[in-house]
Design a binder for this molecule. Sequence first.
Ligand SMILES: [Fe+2]
Length: 484
Amino acid sequence: MILGINSQNHDASLALIEGNKILWAGHAERYSRIKNDTLLNPSMIEELCDYGVPTEIVWFEKPWPKNLRRLYSGQRPWIVNPKEELKTVGLDKIPLHFVKHHESHAAAGYFTSKFKDASILVVDAIGEWNTVTIWKAEGNKLTNVWSKNYPHSIGLFYTAFTQYLGLKPNEEEYILMGMAALGKPKLVDVFKEEFFEKFEGPDFKLKVNLHRGCKSWPRPKGVTDYDIAASVQALMEEYLLNTVAWMRRKLPSDNLVFMGGVALNCVANSKIAETKLYNNIWLMPNPGDAGSAIGAVAAYTKQHLDWGGPYLGTDIDRELDIEGIVRDLLAGKVVAVANGRAEFGPRALGNRSLLCDPRGPNAKDRMNSLKRREAFRPFAPAILAEHADTYFDMPVKESPYMQFVARCRTPDLLPGICHVDNTSRVQTVTKENNPKFRALLEAWYSASGCPILMNTSLNVKGEPLVNSWNDAQRWQELNGVKVY
Ligand SMILES: [Fe+2]
């Protein structure tokens, strides 16, 4: 039984794996209730022990090269020290192995896919030194064929502008992505000129180290925050499309695996899918560093995992009152669901979700009265998979983990789930991906004639997802809304 660890990072996580089975995986923040918690905590270790006692541990990156890079980039005195942390949570007696940061990302993607061969793209802010890597996967072998190293990082470019716009770096990049649809990409050429010595794909070279941000960058006149966001997003998309085209020319596989924090960019993911350069695309639904708890073990064992979905965390083993939920939904209420195993990854996919009828002009306001988030951001639709093509122009056959956006064919009917550009981040639901949530959607469809529910995470802004039944009860008391 092997424990994968991602910690001393921006979103600590653990995954327990036996053979090819992922027994349990969780994010530290869901247990400590500290958003993006960087360290492991005793209550998650306690839950881990309910699933088994690890005999080996694999850490998701190599501490020494990372510490060296941190010293180089002036990030002292915070030094990565896995052994010290493992001592504090009582795991220090178990044999410990290390794998490389980007290798963890690549392995998390490839070994959870069904592919026997693949071309893998990993793009994040920084690993130890790597910022972009490209891999060739055949059978159980991963070969690194191309790399870019710090300080040249396209992910850091995106993060620097996230900070420039007053958002939290390494956390709120998704808000910049959402803002992009409201602006015009006027600055793409300006950015290339001012920030890049070379901009191709995959190769590029930054003129400046963006690790400390770009706060002093003088904004040209007449340019809004939304235009900046649109330009940053467009530049990232151009880079990714150039890179994927290069990979398709150089590497033989028909299968693409895309990983790293940048693979959370569902707008860019859709652009990649729309090129149809690859027959199949797989993004593990937790592609950032948190997913590397699984990736670390996969990089070490080099064997395919039996991927059954992201429902890998805390189990709330209760009956789901589908009749009661549908009754509340029909009465126009927002319904909270905390049932089954928690999602491992950033999206609530039916087990820790807030749901409501997506139809009509007030759906978004109803949800926002609980969520209190930016008014311009829409909520996502969960839809019975077989109806997806009727309502959305899908770039992929299935999107069970909300990793792609699709143009909505009926935006007037569903304004709450459509962004200003009429796109939606769709979750297609089948019996295989989530039988209880599927049963709920089916009951809702037969009662209402609508195969869609608005689905967003069961939390309030700035807090981690509800995890345990205790959290759910606390949420219910705070919000006065019944949790099913
Ligand atoms: Fe990473």
